[in-house]
Structure formats: structure tokens, C-alpha cells
Design a binder for this molecule. Structure first.
Ligand SMILES: [Zn+2]
Length: 227
């Protein structure tokens, strides 16, 4: 994982968003090395992590600077851009933190409505950028759904419905990614790349979801205890 002070400037200067092309921010060169799916985001030092990133033209959204490249990738997906804009209107914040939910809950990342905060577990930051962006797509769906009026999500069925919508969002995201950048990595390619344990874990989760044709059934398995 590259560690850089590149985001020192980002602490006080909004991160620019781009409609197409590379989502990498200089001086991260990992977008140029190997297949697109290997690119990993630059990570800031702990000291700089206390800084908050903002985004040009997206007032209201703030994040830990380490999410800058994942947000730039998501911004290129039309649906992702709509979700980011809606979340910015709500004042959502994206952070990384120690919270790793149990295997029986919405693992990897969480969204808390009371604080309007998406949190990705520290260890799950050590994955390629397209996987971080997938976690954000899922949690942004929750953030924007929970912003809708009414209490339609408060029941167990509502909880399942929320997760179905988030899973469907992830599927559409992966379809877009493959169309835009080329095939997602095969099992063998992902293994050969010798990514982190977190990446192997998340990759397996994402591919399982990508290949299921019954999201509702999958949700009832994965969220049986969480909902
Ligand atoms: Zn969820």
C-alpha cells in the first residue's frame, strides 16, 4: 500500500472530480501499473488522516482524504454520481474507523443515520480502489434511502428491502465497471495478484453477489441475523 503525503494539500484544497479517465490522484502511479483492477488508493499518514477532504462542485460531502480516489471513480458512474450528489445534499461524511461488524452483520462498512456517517473498517481500506468504491456505493444507497420520508425501513422486511437495494446497486456498479474498464478479475487472477487478506475476502463477497440471480434470497441469507 503506497503511503504518501500527497494529500497534505487536499486538506485545505478540494479534490477535483473528473467525468472520465483516470481516477488516480498524482503522484499515485498505481493506475498505470498492470490491469485497472489492481490500482490502489494512496493512503495518508495517520497525522494527515485527521484532515477532511472536500470535493470541487460537490458541496456537502466530506471524507477522510483516503477516499478521494474511490469518490473520483464513483463519480464517473452516472448512478454513482447521482448518489454522491444526493448524499452531499444530506451532508454525509465518509470515514475509516475501527468498527468491524461481526460476520452476521453488514460487514466491511456501515452507515449510521444518526450521524450521517459511512464508516469503512481500517483493514478494509487495504484493497484496490474499485472495491472501496463498491463499499461506498452500497452505503451511499443506504444513506439516500434512509433520507426518504416515512418509516418504511423500520421493520424486518424493510431492513431486507434496504439490503436488496444496496446489493442491486453493487451489481449495477460491477456491470458498469466491466463495461467501462474491462472484465473484472477472475478468481485465478485475483489470487495471483497476491492482494491483501481483506481484498481476498471482499473480492469473494463481491463475486458471489455479482453472480447471483436472486438478490432477495441472498439478502435473506446474508442478513438473517442483522435484520
Ligand atoms: Zn447494507
Amino acid at each position: 500500500m503506497p503511503i504518501s503525503s500527497a494529500f497534505a494539500a487536499s486538506a485545505s484544497r478540494p479534490i477535483p472530480l473528473v467525468s472520465s479517465g483516470s481516477w488516480c490522484l498524482a503522484p499515485n502511479t498505481s493506475c498505470e501499473d498492470g490491469p485497472w483492477w489492481r490500482a490502489q488508493s494512496e493512503r495518508t499518514t495517520v497525522r494527515l488522516r485527521q484532515a477532511t477532504a472536500t470535493y470541487v462542485g460537490l458541496d456537502g460531502l466530506t471524507s477522510d482524504p483516503d477516499f478521494g480516489e474511490a469518490v473520483r471513480l464513483l463519480w464517473q458512474w452516472p448512478e454513482g454520481r447521482r448518489e454522491l450528489i444526493a448524499a452531499a445534499d444530506r451532508g454525509v461524511t465518509i470515514v475509516q474507523g475501527p468498527h468491524r461488524p461481526s460476520a452476521n452483520t453488514d460487514s466491511f462498512a456501515t452507515y449510521q443515520e444518526s450521524t450521517l456517517t459511512i464508516e469503512v473498517a481500517y483493514e478494509d481500506m487495504d484493497v484496490p480502489t474499485w472495491m472501496v468504491a463498491d463499499l461506498l456505493a452500497h452505503e451511499l444507497r443506504h444513506a439516500n434511502d434512509l433520507g426518504l420520508p416515512g418509516d418504511m425501513w423500520s421493520s424486518r422486511q424493510g431492513c431486507f428491502a434496504l439490503e436488496e437495494r444496496a446489493y442491486a446497486t453493487e451489481q449495477r456498479y460491477m456491470t458498469w465497471l466491466a463495461n467501462r474498464f474491462g472484465p473484472l478479475p477472475s478468481d485465478a487472477a485475483e489470487t495471483d495478484a497476491e492482494l491483501s487478506y481483506a481484498a481476498d475476502d471482499l473480492y469473494a463477497n463481491m463475486m458471489h453477489l455479482n453472480n447471483t440471480d436472486d438478490i432477495a434470497a441472498q439478502v435473506r441469507i446474508d442478513y438473517a441475523n442483522a435484520c
